[in-house]
Ligand binder design. Structure first.
Ligand code: SAH
Ligand code: SF4
Length: 394
């Protein structure tokens, strides 16, 4: 049985915990955190302290642009107000990087802790998410991709994914999702405006089963941290009600669908969620998303050796892509191994042949270069793996 069956009925997890945090910005009941509250929530809260709306702008700028993480360091706010807020128990705590692992390829994997001490993983990939090469810091401006988590663990139970082994521990709050990005930008001394940062919501968890917090985090990152939504991509295992809500969002990242199989039979064997939503339902839902000029929906396809990597599968996949109601491109990901999962990595020549067959059928197809495999930072390897490897940094 799926560990998540009870929670797959709707687009968000059941939970009083979200209601609690809407009021105080924290994933932990009773902890009053301003970090993660929306502009509107902060405006209401500041008016209770008799403060004009421009104070909210100052506070958001301090947290998201200057990346200050302590209320008493926010010098744009009067000292008396800072004291008053602190006395009322308010903080501006963003998630903290508590452990860092560095790969030989420059990728860094972080354990990031929320206020209850639960950790998720965030990954920094200089030079892009595998499709681009090189760290351009020497040439003056940096390009990098940050891979962000949306839940502690995941309920979806894809058979090839290490995160699934954790089960779902809890949802992250908007502040915990956006805060991963701010913490990494600060650690890497990123200068927004000069450096080119992409975000992929492809870390631990299923973003569309934590929809409201995920989208609230996107809005914070776009509106307050000045990151472009067109440089963000969210990946979903195919939560149809979530995709339909997403289609109605005025501000949204690009969409990627983890297809991973050419037909429902294979998909159900590796992604039990297919019992709930078939490939066709997922593709039709994705077709509802109004795309920007030249935008395509990405189909992600994890190649599992001997299972879904045959040329006949490439033919079927090309058929799905060509009959989709929207323009698509395909990202091929060679399966990354993990302890306790017994699939096979595909042969490199098979991956290349699979890609060539898609291209021959007129479907744009790319191979995602694995990043940080040696530190368990690559796709599907995020499981807070700390025992197998020594931290390279602290
Ligand atoms: N939960 C979301 C986003 C996180 S997973 C989703 O499933 O889409 C990000 C991507 O990693 C997905 O496309 C998923 O299919 C892929 N993935 C999971 N485990 C993997 C593994 N062991 N090797 C390679 N890719 C994997
Ligand atoms: Fe969850 Fe994505 Fe892993 Fe599936 S692949 S278990 S949806 S994180």
């Amino acid at each position: 049985m799926l560990c998540c069956e009870k929670s797959l009925g709707g687009e968000s997890m059941p939970g009083g915990e979200n209601l609690v945090r809407v009021l105080d910005g924290s994933a932990v009941p009773g902890v009053k955190n301003l970090f993660g509250l929306s502009r509107q929530q902060l405006t209401e809260m500041m008016s209770e302290f008799g403060q004009p709306p421009y104070r909210v702008g100052q506070l958001l700028q301090a947290m998201f642009q200057h990346r200050i993480d302590s209320l008493d360091q926010v010098q744009t706010l009067p000292r008396g107000l800072r004291r008053e807020l602190a006395e009322a128990g308010w903080t501006i705590d963003r998630p903290r990087i508590v452990e860092t692992f560095r790969s030989i390829d420059g990728t860094e994997r972080y354990l990031v802790a929320g206020q209850d001490g639960q950790t998720v993983e965030t990954v920094w990939m200089p030079g892009g998410d595998g499709a681009e090469q090189g760290d351009a810091r020497e040439t003056g401006n940096l390009r990098a991709t940050i891979c962000v988590s949306s839940q502690v663990g995941c309920a979806v139970n894809c058979q090839f994914c290490l995160t699934a082994k954790l089960g779902l521990q809890r949802n992250l709050s908007a502040g915990e999702i956006a805060g991963q990005v701010i913490a990494v930008l600060e650690r890497q001394a990123v200068q927004l405006g000069r450096d080119r940062i992409n975000l992929v919501f492809m870390g631990m968890g299923e973003p569309f089963l934590n929809y409201d917090e995920f989208m609230a985090a996107v809005r914070l990152l776009v509106n307050e941290a000045s990151l472009a939504e067109s440089r963000m991509t969210v990946s979903t295992s195919g939560i149809v009600p979530g995709i339909l809500r997403f289609a109605a969002e005025p501000v949204r990242p690009r969409l990627a669908i983890s297809l991973n199989a050419p037909d429902d039979t294979i998909r159900e064997a590796i992604m039990p969620i297919t019992r709930k939503w078939k490939i066709e339902d997922v593709i039709q839902a994705a077709g509802q998303v109004p795309l920007r000029p030249r935008e395509r929906v990405t189909f992600e396809y994890v190649l599992l050796g001997g299972l879904n990597d045959g040329l006949e599968h490439a033919e079927q996949l090309a058929g799905l892509a060509r009959s989709a109601p929207m323009p698509v491109k395909i990202n091929l990901i060679a399966w990354n191994p993990g302890p306790g999962i017994s699939y096979a990595m595909p042969a490199p020549e098979q991956v290349a042949a699979f890609q060539q067959r898609l291209i021959a059928r007129g479907v744009p197809a790319f191979i995602r270069r694995p990043r940080g495999r040696d530190i368990y930072a690559a796709c599907g390897q995020l499981k807070r793996t700390v025992t197998e490897i020594q931290p390279a940094l602290s």
